[in-house]
Design a protein around this ligand. Structure first.
Ligand code: SAM
Length: 554
């Protein structure tokens, strides 16, 4: 993960617990207004739902799903398009349709799409139970954070939409709350629902709910008391959540968790089958201890049973499931050969200096919480190289070639087309690393500039967001928070302006008194020192933008 970029699922820390509707209005809400019109959901990107991820996992399972560069994507319950619009911004030759029951959210999203010139994105105000008949033939269908929060008939309509509107090799993504984990969280929800059972304004309800939770946290002893410990864990988890989240997650009428096995039955009725999880690492049974893995294998006769038993072991409360048509043939035997069409990246670092790349001395690599130990020269060399090019991706063939030349410690020419035992070994290790979350794979990675070009360019949408919203979505489909001055700079990056020119603009803002330079805590007025500070700030910000995958490779 980049410094300063939170990992998903990301809900920014609230500065205080106030409502932050997208468009505040004094006018009374119309009779047809939904709870999301009254208190809109903050709309963020969800990397795990991106067609790039869905197509990558499909490829690993032997499914040739449609190219993302020219496909059709539907998002159900898209809110104001925080997830869908950055996809449309990146893939201008693909078509993106978002539907949502909340008119206020759809209107807010339409405004942003227009300002970012996203003519390939269409946001439609409608109910999933009555989707207009001209919306059909989608290669990817996404429904994040919707299934559990809509009534049963709307859930069925959502699944039927996937069953009927997905193209033959299309992939669907549906996230939902699961049992047994939600049994515990549901207890908090029941307590809050009881306490707020009398109708009231959302802001009053949420204040009441928080007050009761605080009262319970103070009143229920924790030491040696399982109920107190459980309550405390859940309360801690809610502390950082904003009001809009609390309202929709815990105070709404509908929130229906489901056991995975029941979900699997329901998708089957809609003509769909289980493909896997968007978070590949949670599917890998090898991530359990050998005895647990063996027990899970013995207990299960098929993939659905295995996944269900895994949920029991993990006390799972949320799933991000990929589905496809029941006619599609899935090959779950992961083959290193499939890596040949994929690209790899990793924020991996050696835990200590590597003794040698060319012999069998052991080396340990760390990437976030994942640790990989290896003695294999080709794996050591590949991981070492991946760490140096992060956040950029490299194709498997090129990685094999570079790793071989690193081992040879001299320039060499490598044929990357044929198979070799080295490439096979590296492929197997990288698949294992993917299953532990040590590396990322992508079928169609974004190209971002590793260093700031002389005329840097951010996407149209990133610039629109920098001007209007508190955060920006980067080319990795992640949320990035920027300071005010960084937002000002990003707004300017349309690919026509040079770094020198940017420095001059910052100086002009200083001259106008809109920006004030400081040195050692004191305001600076000397023009030369101001220019030197402006130069440093601009260059530092641009290199931060590069590392944050905000600059397009020219
Ligand atoms: C919990 S929010 C999730 C929003 C967004 N997908 C996300 O995860 O940030 C649920 C969304 O589903 C929409 N929704 C609820 N019922 C719906 C229905 N019957 N048809 C279409 N959208 C619906 C709501 O308006 C809301 O925007």
């Amino acid at each position: 993960m980049f410094p300063g970029i939170p990992s998903w699922p990301f809900t920014p820390k609230p500065s205080n617990h106030t409502m932050q509707p997208l468009e505040q209005t004094d006018a009374p809400a119309p009779e047809t207004a939904t709870p999301y019109d009254r208190v809109p959901y903050k709309s963020f990107p969800f990397r795990q739902s991106h067609p790039e991820r869905l197509a990558t996992i499909a490829k690993l399972y032997g499914i040739e799903s449609p190219s993302i560069a020219s496909c059709r994507v539907l998002e159900i319950g898209c809110a104001s398009g925080g997830n869908l619009l950055p996809m449309a911004d990146r893939f201008r030759n693909s078509e993106f349709v978002g539907i949502d029951l909340s008119n206020a959210q759809i209107s807010a999203g339409q405004k942003i799409a227009k300002e970012a010139n996203l003519s390939n994105a269409r946001l439609v105000h409608c109910d999933v139970r009555s989707i207009p008949s001209d919306l059909k033939d989608f290669d990817y269908i996404i429904a994040h954070g919707v299934f559990s929060w809509i009534p049963n008939d709307a859930q069925t309509a959502l699944l039927e939409t996937c069953g009927q509107l997905l193209t033959p090799l299309g992939i669907g993504y549906i996230s939902y709350n699961t049992f047994p984990g939600w049994r515990m969280r549901g207890m908090i929800r029941d307590i809050m629902s009881y306490h707020t059972r009398k109708p009231g304004k959302p802001e009053d309800q949420v204040r009441k709910a928080r007050a009761l939770l605080n009262f319970l946290a103070e009143s229920v002893p924790v030491d040696g008391n399982p109920y107190g410990m459980l309550l405390n864990t859940e309360l801690e988890q809610l502390q950082d959540k904003e009001d809009y989240y609390l309202i929709h997650e815990h105070l709404e009428e509908v929130n229906e968790p489901i056991y995975f096995s029941e979900f699997a039955e329901r998708i089957e009725k809609a003509g769909l089958q289980y493909l896997g999880e968007a978070d590949f690492s949670v599917m890998a049974i090898e991530n359990f201890s050998p005895s647990v893995a063996s027990m899970l294998n013995n207990l299960s006769e098929n993939i659905v049973e295995k996944e269900q038993y895994m949920d029991f072991v993990r006390n799972r409360m949320f799933r991000q499931t990929l589905v496809c048509r029941d006619s599609v043939s899935i090959d779950r035997g992961l083959s290193p050969a499939r890596l040949r069409e994929l690209h790899i990246c990793s924020n991996t670092k050696p835990a200590e200096p590597i003794r040698s790349l060319s012999d069998n001395s052991p080396a340990t690599f760390e990437s976030g919480a994942s640790v990989t130990k290896t003695t294999d020269p080709i794996v050591k060399a590949a991981l070492a190289h991946l760490g140096t090019i992060w956040p950029n991706y490299i194709s498997f063939g090129r990685l094999v070639a570079i790793a071989r030349s690193l081992i040879a410690e001299q320039a060499s020419i490598v044929d990357t087309t044929g198979s070799s035992s080295e490439a096979d070994r590296l492929g197997k290790s990288l698949l294992r690393c993917y299953a532990t979350g040590h590396v990322e794979l992508s079928i169609e990675p974004a190209q971002y500039s590793p260093t700031p070009p002389e005329q840097p360019r951010a996407t149209d949408l990133a610039r629109t967001m920098a001007g209007q919203i508190g955060f920006v979505t980067n080319l990795r489909h992640e949320t990035v928070n920027l300071s005010d001055i960084e937002k000002r700079l990003l707004l300017k990056l349309d690919g026509t302006i040079t770094v020198e020119h940017l420095v001059t603009e910052v100086c002009e803002l200083m001259d106008q008194g809109l920006l004030i330079a400081h040195q050692n805590g004191e305001p600076v007025t000397d023009a030369d020192i101001c220019r030197a500070i402006a130069d440093e700030v601009v260059r530092d910000s641009l290199s931060k933008f590069s590392k944050m995958a905000l600059l397009i490779e020219s």
